[in-house]
Design a protein around this ligand. Structure first.
Ligand SMILES: [Zn+2]
Length: 201
């Protein structure tokens, strides 16, 4: 999906209806910064906003996702292509999420097994220490891999303005988190909150 093209098309459609970014934003109950972000090609409207946006701009969702007015002869073909692109994006995110969970589970099992071996089997002290050091290393690598995959899978949702965003690595690693939420700074409203992880848009 070509975000730059879609952004330009949003700007064109807005201007042709003599709407300012502010007016369009008000019609959608969102901030004008979000409109500006879309128009600069830095992100797509989330699915729940697509229809109201298209109504406000008097275009179809198919036009929006194609980044141009789609002629009726191309309509079906473009619509299918756009739908598949959206599905692919969601599917990739789901795969990453599943892989992240699998990596996490394997890590926990491996570390538990190593600790059981280290404590139950009669080993010289040095072997025991090496085994424990090794299990700590396995845990670190496993957790890092699971976290990387999880970060790349989907978006985090700001609890205040509902913005969807991908955090940077630094903030992601430092953020306090529960199983489904993470403490992050919203790039749109600037507030810090427990952001819910969402795999799909
Ligand atoms: Zn926010």
């Amino acid at each position: 999906m070509d975000q730059i093209r879609i952004g330009k098309f949003i700007a064109e459609s807005r201007k042709s209806r003599n709407l300012t970014q502010r007016q369009l934003a008000d019609a959608l109950s969102i901030s004008d910064k979000t409109i500006s972000k879309w128009e600069c090609g830095k992100g797509l409207p989330e699915v729940s906003l697509m229809l109201p946006l298209c109504v406000a701009l008097d275009i179809t969702v198919n036009d929006l996702l194609s980044g141009e007015k789609v002629s009726s002869t191309d309509y079906q073909k473009k619509a299918e292509g756009n739908m598949i692109d959206l599905m692919k994006e969601n599917e990739e995110n789901r795969k990453r999420m599943a892989l992240s969970i699998i990596t996490g589970v394997i890590t926990v099992i491996a570390v538990c097994a190593l600790i059981v071996i280290a404590s139950l089997i009669d080993l010289p002290t040095i072997a025991r220490i090496i085994l424990i050091a090794f299990s700590v290393a396995v845990a670190a690598v496993g957790i890092a891999a699971a976290a990387m995959l999880e970060m790349k899978a989907g978006y985090f949702e700001c609890p205040y303005c509902k913005e969807l965003f991908v955090p940077n690595m630094d903030e992601y690693v430092k953020g306090y988190h529960t199983f489904t939420k993470r403490r992050l700074t919203c790039p749109k409203c600037g507030k810090i909150g427990m952001c819910k992880h969402r795999v799909t848009r």
